[in-house]
Design a protein around this ligand. Structure first.
Ligand code: G3H
Ligand code: 13P
Ligand code: ZN
Ligand code: NA
Length: 280
């Protein structure tokens, strides 16, 4: 429900730390997040991208919901990058606690209007809403946005967007990238992040940063100082999984558990850097 997601982020805001949202594709992915969160005494967010949802369907969502319920740490289940209105409404029916409305590919006014309309529907069903302003470059689940298409988030637009849409969380672009960063490393605009953090908190909304894979612990800590409360992590966990699968091993269960352990190691490390370890 909205309250589960909101409480996780409110606790993070009060404690000056951030929460990790990890993309999951299957049971091993879910188990790796849950067991890392349990070991670390940390909250976490299980998130499913629409392409993963189309593959795993209701069974994947049900597995997330059941894992979240039985974990002894707070876990929310979130739809990542929902672009299709019907798909978002279906996700609400399936029992997601939280959904992302990603109309960041649309012009500002259209993004605002569509986000506002879907947010009303989501809130009436007691579901938490994240939206995005600006646009990230990079690659995620087969979709590539070129660097020249990247748009930094405009603080004046962010203020109007939050006032009008009343979304619970806002994902911003300050130079963060989906997937791998260029060889010379990420160049995040912290001045812009600072302003956006002030604006989101003025509207009682939470600041979200996508593309956390590839950001160093120092950069992550700087982002948290400027108000980031949710980091989306996909690529680093997925590569740990895929790399381990490629190692020659005899037994399927052995392969599965090694791959799961590899993901868990990456996730536990992130929970430490986000500062959410030991909070529960
Ligand atoms: O069109 C939506 C894609 O998921 C792009 O999302 O703006 O975060 O890169 P993004
Ligand atoms: P990374 O793949 O760069 O971690 O980004 C994940 C993300 O933003 C998921 O929405
Ligand atoms: Zn993302
Ligand atoms: Na990244």
């Amino acid at each position: 429900s909205l309250q589960i997601a909101k409480n996780i982020l409110l606790e993070a805001a009060n404690g000056h730390y951030a929460v990790g949202a990890f993309n999951v594709y299957n049971l091993e992915g879910i188990s790796s997040v849950i067991s890392a969160a349990k070991d670390e005494g940390s909250p976490a967010i299980l998130q499913i991208h629409p392409t993963a949802l189309r593959h795993g369907k209701g069974a994947l969502v049900a597995a997330c919901i059941s894992a979240a319920k039985t974990a002894n740490v707070p876990i929310a289940v979130h739809l990542d990058h929902g672009t299709d209105e019907q798909e978002i409404l279906d996700a609400i029916d399936m029992g997601f606690d939280s959904i992302m409305i990603d109309c960041s590919h649309l012009p500002f006014k259209e993004n605002l209007e569509r986000t506002k309309r879907i947010t009303i529907a989501a809130h009436s069903r007691n579901v938490f809403v994240e939206a995005e302003l600006g646009r990230l470059s990079g690659t995620e689940d087969g979709l590539t946005v070129e660097e020249y298409e990247e748009k930094l988030t405009d603080p004046i637009q962010a203020d109007e967007f939050l006032r009008e849409t009343k979304v619970d969380a806002l994902a911003v672009c300050i130079g963060n990238v989906h997937g791998i960063y260029p060889k010379d490393g990420p160049k995040l605009k912290f001045d812009l992040l600072q302003k956006l953090g002030e604006i989101t908190s003025k509207h009682n909304s939470f600041l979200v940063l996508h593309g956390a894979s590839g950001l160093s612990p120092d950069v992550i800590k700087e982002c948290i100082k400027h108000g980031v409360r949710k980091f989306n992590v996909n690529t680093e966990v997925r590569s740990a999984y895929v790399t381990t699968l490629r190692e020659p091993k005899k037994d399927l269960l052995d392969i599965m558990s090694c791959a799961q352990d590899a993901m868990k190691t990456v996730i536990a490390e992130k929970l430490k850097v986000f500062g959410s370890s030991g909070k529960f």
